[in-house]
Write a protein that binds this ligand. Structure first.
Ligand code: PLP
Length: 390
């Protein structure tokens, strides 16, 4: 009977809730539902990382509060990781913040840097948590359309001068959820130049940084000349190392933004469980074969899905990274109508694109988070839909 605050009520609603509910009803009725709608990695964390957690959990040093801003060895592991993977040098003390998952960092950033009424540039379609952070900071959102003809990169020349002058913050995310697009370094260089011209802080969400296909390694924003002067990058261990349940990520880059993030975290939490920090350092600096194997697995799943759908006459293109396929809805259906058809007629759950923003209309997002056999079964069921009958 206690009413929720205005700010809590202003948060975006779970767009997916009604489809999840309906899928649950189908499962209850005994249907074999193939859920390709969500983004929860299906593989376990590699064994050497779990073993490190178990060992570290027995060490009494990890039973106390950890140092407020995380153990220095983990920050050092992050800087070693960035140097090894991207050739980017980081000062572990000043340019690395340890986060309770990428989501927390993304939601905290607007509160760190904005005042009510400030403007934020947000990709559309995009990961809905950017909207939550903006709402909590009582800031205003201006969307940047991601269109297929522009390889799902924002076209900065389309942004209005007034919006650019007012904007204080911009979110970007490559490899991209939901479109599966990967940016090139040239785009990041163009972004640094725009940020310099208009004094905008860039937050690059690199959640899928570890997942690129066809031999392409997705670049880090920090590889662009001058990137550290204009922004930060957020990297999570959730996807690259199948550690979504562990809640561990980090932010790297601009010193003043990193210290603002650490300050807000001081007020919210103490620090991650020390054993999780030890295991995270092991993930970043230990054997990396698991990452290569994960990439190969997702690429095979992608090929299975995309080749299968093309063979039944659905005109789809292959994602370049992340573990999502972004598929154009056939026959002029809306994304919600088509998701409903997939569930009702094929018991396949796909996320309606409109849930990621108005430019997501006309697409559905399918996750590559189940076996090739199940993906092939999904394709088979879809091929039996009336609209694909030749
Ligand atoms: N960014 C994007 C684009 C995501 O899809 C996700 C997770 O689904 C995250 C960030 C957050 O990941 P986590 O909070 O597990 O670090």
């Amino acid at each position: 009977h206690f009413p929720q605050s205005e700010i809590l009520n202003s948060l975006p609603k779970q767009f997916f809730a009604s489809l999840v509910k309906k899928a649950g009803e189908y499962i209850e009725r005994g249907f074999d539902v193939i859920n390709l709608g969500q983004g929860n990695p299906d593989q376990p964390t590699p064994g050497h990382i779990v073993a490190k957690l178990q060992e570290a959990a027995a060490n009494p040093i990890n039973h106390k509060y950890s140092p407020f801003q995380g153990f220095p060895y983990l920050k050092k592991a992050v800087s070693d990781f960035y140097f090894r993977e991207y050739g980017v040098e980081l000062n572990p003390e000043k340019e690395v913040a340890i986060l309770f998952g990428g989501k927390a960092g993304l939601v905290e950033i607007p509160q760190c840097l904005l005042n009510p009424g400030d403007t934020v540039l947000v990709p559309d379609p995009g990961y809905p948590d950017y909207w939550s952070g903006v709402a909590l900071a009582k800031a205003e959102m201006v969307t940047m359309p991601l269109k297929e003809e522009n390889r799902f990169l924002p076209d900065y020349s389309e942004l209005g001068t007034e919006d650019l002058e007012k904007a204080k913050l911009m979110f970007l995310n490559y490899p991209n959820n939901p479109t599966g697009a990967v940016a090139d370094l040239e785009f990041f260089e163009e972004t640094v130049s725009l940020a310099n011209d208009h004094d905008i802080c860039i937050v690059h969400d690199f959640a899928y940084g570890g997942i690129g296909f066809d031999g392409v390694k997705p670049p880090s924003f920090l590889q662009a000349q001058g990137a550290k002067d204009v922004g930060i990058e957020i990297y999570t261990l959730s996807k690259t190392y199948n550690m979504a349940g562990w809640r561990v990520a980090f932010a790297v880059g601009n010193e003043s933004v990193i210290s603002a993030l650490e300050l807000i975290q001081d007020h919210l939490y103490v620090s991650l469980f020390g054993a999780v920090q030890e295991a995270a350092a092991e993930a970043l600096t230990g054997p990396q074969d698991c990452v290569k194997e994960l990439n190969e697995m997702y690429e095979q799943r992608r090929n299975c899905l995309i080749d299968g759908l093309c063979s039944i006459g659905w005109d789809v293109s292959a994602p370049k990274g992340s573990f999502f396929a972004w598929l154009k809805v056939p026959n002029g259906f809306s994304s919600e109508e088509f998701s409903n058809i997939l569930l009702e007629k094929a018991q396949v759950v796909a996320a309606p694109g409109v849930g990621f923003g108005s430019y997501g209309e006309g697409y559905v997002r399918i996750g590559l988070l189940t076996s090739e056999e199940r993906l092939a079964e999904a394709v088979k069921r879809i091929s039996e839909l009336e609209i694909f009958k030749k």
